[in-house]
Design a protein around this ligand. Structure first.
Ligand code: DX5
Ligand code: ZN
Length: 229
């Protein structure tokens, strides 16, 4: 884990394409295009139709994606019982596993279980949940994911309430913890997120709605004063 984390930390800022918005009929081609565009990590949105009102994909699909690339997989579990399914996501080849505080209000044991599996442990927080619900658990996290939309669907409008949360959480983090923002992140909104302290930017529509993924990557980085490495 130390190496994987170190590599991601050293490559910050990270633009993480959200595979929810990819063309699932052409996964092979989509992943090849993302690799060519030099994205450092792929964000995998898992939805159970219960924690969120939408269904996406699970470990079987991730396992097949794993055969197509060696890029790190950042799994975002929008599911009601992440503890029950953790082993499946580890076995499928996820490198970082993030679950929601709203699903697991006392997350210490699960965060530590994820780390024992040699994965990065992440905790996600919804727009309506106050930061004090996660504060005590931050030392057990490698990554904090701030939602800037209600989870469940791509293509929603960025909620500025996330910016105050980022600033607040940033002050509580060590330098070896990632601060990620997810939902409506695009050229117009990414600058404010970076200024508020985010270093990892989940981008669905702002990558997959663009004809040239490499150009989309460059433009998102340029909007925060960074270049591809
Ligand atoms: C929403 C997901 C996001 C989403 C991002 O529940 O967690 O990762 O796919 O898509 P955009 O960037 O289009 O908001
Ligand atoms: Zn996500």
């Amino acid at each position: 884990m130390a190496n994987r984390l170190q590599e991601l930390l050293s490559r910050r800022p990270l633009i993480a394409p959200s595979m929810l918005k990819c063309d699932f009929g052409n996964l092979h081609r989509e992943i090849a295009r993302l690799e060519q565009a030099d994205f450092p990590v792929l964000h995998l949105d898992v939805m159970d139709g219960h924690f969120v009102p939408n269904l996406s994909y699970g470990p079987m699909v991730i396992e097949r994606m794993r055969e197509l690339t060696s890029l790190p997989f950042d799994a975002h579990l929008m599911i009601s019982d992440p503890a029950k399914y953790l082993d499946d996501y580890v076995a499928a080849g996820c490198d970082a596993i993030t679950f929601h505080i709203e699903a697991v209000p006392q997350p210490t044991d699960l965060l530590e279980r994820i780390r024992e599996k040699n994965c990065l442990a992440g905790l996600a927080i919804n727009p309506g949940t106050p930061v004090d619900k996660i504060e005590a658990f931050i030392p057990h996290c490698d990554l904090i994911l701030v939602m800037s939309v209600e989870p469940g669907f791509g293509g929603q409008k960025f909620k500025p309430v996330a910016l105050d949360k980022l600033s607040h959480i940033k002050k509580l983090l060590r330098n070896d913890q990632l601060l990620s923002i997810d939902g409506g992140v695009a050229v117009a909104t990414i600058g404010d997120c970076a200024a508020a302290g985010a270093d990892t930017f989940v981008c669905g529509s702002s990558v997959f709605n663009e004809p040239d993924y490499s150009e989309a990557h460059s433009q998102l980085l340029a909007a925060i004063g960074a270049v591809k490495r």
